[in-house]
Design a protein around this ligand. Structure first.
Ligand code: FPP
Length: 251
């Protein structure tokens, strides 16, 4: 490993656990699954699981920023989550809005740059405004780029990109991988290197479908509220132990 000097606390702990700071995944995506089960097992309402999941997300984000991860994208509300009971949908929307308002200062102080991905035109106005304010306020920050996928679906994103092309008058020859990539919600954000899903589920669930084509997948057994900073380090170490081939034969 190349020598890294002046490590912060997060980096020291990660190096001690065996992580190579020179080969960190640049972009991590997380499917934060298992909030409901975590709550139900404790005899709590499902929303209590989402609230605890929010606390986990906060600490994972700040730790990832300290580690030197450049991009973190999380699935906060999928385009399919509208099918949940109305009170849970409402509770999740309120929780994300509250978090966007309450955490803005902390995000800004920690140099986090907030982004969003999803059909924001379909979410309640208060939530949309809170998210837009977060994006605007932190637009010039240079730390981790934190993308909240809200009312996000991978297929919908591809449909939206192709619709954008069609509305520009694209001919069949204009429809290339590059043209579609450029019209995704955040074309400037590189593709994820590592996708983590918690609660042991081996599904991709319509998350970053296009961008995740060559991502390494790590499934962690614990539900999201129980996911620890050590678990993040372990997932990164597992990523470093994989050989990425991108369809070739590897190194
Ligand atoms: C999946 O668990 C989790 C979600 C659908 C929502 C994720 C939201 C948070 C972590 C909290 C709020 C986020 C922000 C950005 C403040 P699940 O409910 O599907 O769990 P289950 O499979 O056990 O039912």
């Amino acid at each position: 490993m190349a020598e890294v000097t002046n490590l912060n606390e997060a980096q020291e702990a990660a190096v001690a656990a065996g992580l190579d700071l020179e080969r960190l995944p640049a972009h991590i995506g997380i499917i934060m699954d298992g909030n409901g089960r975590w709550a139900t097992e404790r005899g709590l309402p499902r929303l209590a699981g989402h609230r605890d999941g929010y606390k986990t997300l906060r600490s994972v984000l700040l730790f990832a920023n300290d580690l030197g991860i450049r991009y973190l994208t999380v699935y906060a509300f999928s385009a399919e989550n509208w099918r949940r009971p109305e009170d849970e949908v409402h509770g999740l929307m309120s929780l994300i809005e509250q978090a966007a308002v309450d955490e803005l200062r902390v995000m800004h102080q920690n140099n986090v740059r907030v982004r969003v991905a999803g059909r924001l035109n379909e979410v309640p106005e208060g939530l949309r405004r809170a998210l837009e304010r977060g994006v605007e306020t932190t637009a010039f920050n240079t730390g981790i780029v934190f993308t909240l996928a809200v009312n996000y679906g991978g297929r919908a994103e591809i449909v939206d990109a192709v619709r954008a092309l069609a509305s520009e008058g694209a001919t069949p020859d204009d429809i290339t991988e590059e043209a579609i990539s450029k019209r995704l919600y955040n074309p400037d954000i590189p593709e994820p290197d590592l996708l983590i899903r918690t609660a042991g589920e081996m599904r991709w669930s319509n998350f970053l479908l296009w961008q995740g084509a060559y991502a390494e997948l790590v499934v962690a057994d614990m539900p999201w509220p129980a996911f620890s900073l050590d678990d993040l380090v372990s997932a990164c170490i597992e990523y470093q132990n994989r050989t990425r081939k991108f369809g070739g034969v590897g190194r």
